[in-house]
Ligand binder design. Structure first.
Ligand code: SF4
Length: 349
């Protein structure tokens, strides 16, 4: 008797093999000779300097656009409420991410507590808003990375990393010296400064940003109360990620090695601005950027208090979202999203 979990895992693996067979590129790092970006930077003698530069930011924290300028080394806390050390909720292989991240061994996720956003519809609010988790040293964080590598994961997927970026860099350097080889995947809500993303150049191999909202007023209502700069900040950061990583490249097994995977969650009543999102991508990024337009919005946390987002999306809303993306010429849409599109489309016909 095969368990549901094993069945889902085998389906993902099978789908990945089919979908990505033939997508390999002999020139892509990872086809037998992958070296993570941070390892190359260490070889050049430049990683230690980046760790130092990142840690210096904790004394007047400007790791994200809030620019709280608090001294986190002395215990002061800013908007995100993060202390000096990283707080981790859990670390585990994850099979629910995009197929190129999951492969056979799963994506090695580390869920960081606290967040620099306050989305009223947050699905992880006990971790992101209440900060549930345990403080860890950089050495302990490095051990988690190595544990995920030992368990066969294909990448280190850093979930909500912005406010702990210095700790991540410190831990990566420790883990590298103990044998870490996996690419880092920077899984961010998108509220970043270009300056901080530049610090990650030649350290992060895979960028996994959200672009949640396109309208300033809506972001001030649903993402960070009173702050409408989310769209501008996220768009600028994503352009820099694209400059560094470009279009996603996979190895001969279809496993992500380098580049950008861009996420956007369709929300009810068009509040996320999906049509504008699609137009922005088409105008500002390569048309073959890997884009995951997601359908799994659910009413969580405070969302029931807001009329326009207090329901799930309809089949029609998801179908039109994917259709807009196709019409705009986006040619590298997530395969599972396309399957869901087909299901919803047939439901409507
Ligand atoms: S990371 Fe936290 S403390 Fe630092 S600027 Fe952002 S919200 Fe403020």
């Amino acid at each position: 008797m095969i368990s549901r979990r094993k069945f889902m895992k085998s389906m993902c693996v099978a789908a990945g093999s089919v979908l990505y067979a033939g997508c390999s590129d002999a020139g892509v790092p990872g086809n037998g000779a992958f070296t993570a970006a941070y390892a190359q930077l260490e070889e050049q003698g430049r990683l230690a300097g980046r760790v130092e530069e990142a840690y210096a930011k904790l004394e007047r924290c400007d790791l994200c656009p809030h620019k709280c300028l608090v001294n986190r080394i002395r215990g002061e806390k800013g908007f995100c409420q993060a202390p000096e050390r990283a707080v981790v909720h859990s670390h585990t292989p994850h099979y629910g991410e995009e197929i190129p991240l999951v492969g056979q061994g799963g994506s090695g996720t580390i869920f960081f507590s606290n967040c620099n956003l306050r989305c009223v519809f947050c699905q992880n609010w006990p971790i992101a808003h209440l900060g549930r988790g345990r403080e860890v040293s950089d050495e302990q964080l490095a051990d988690m990375m190595l544990d995920l590598q030992r368990r066969g994961c294909h990448n280190i997927n850093l979930v909500t990393p912005t406010h702990v970026m210095p700790n991540i860099l410190g831990a990566t350097r420790i883990a590298l010296k103990k044998g870490l080889k996996l690419p880092l995947c920077y899984n961010t809500g998108g509220y970043e400064t270009v300056e901080n993303i530049r610090l990650l150049d030649n350290i992060v191999d895979i960028y996994l940003p959200d672009l949640k909202f396109m309208d300033n007023d809506k972001s001030a209502k649903y993402v960070i109360k009173g702050r409408g700069d989310y769209p501008d900040m996220a768009q600028a950061a994503i352009m820099e990620m694209n400059r560094q990583g470009g279009v996603l490249r996979t190895d001969k097994r279809g496993i992500a090695r380098h580049g950008v995977i861009l996420r956007h969650l369709v929300m009810p009543n068009h509040v996320a601005g999906t049509r504008e999102f699609v137009s922005w991508v088409a105008e500002n990024l390569p048309r073959d950027t890997y884009v995951n337009i997601m359908s799994q919005y659910r009413v969580e946390h405070m969302a029931f208090e807001y009329d326009k987002i207090s329901r799930a999306i309809t089949s029609g809303e998801f179908v039109e979202a994917i259709q807009w993306a196709k019409d705009a010429g986006l040619s590298n849409l997530d395969q599972r999203s396309l399957s869901r599109y087909e299901i919803h489309r047939r439901r409507l016909s």
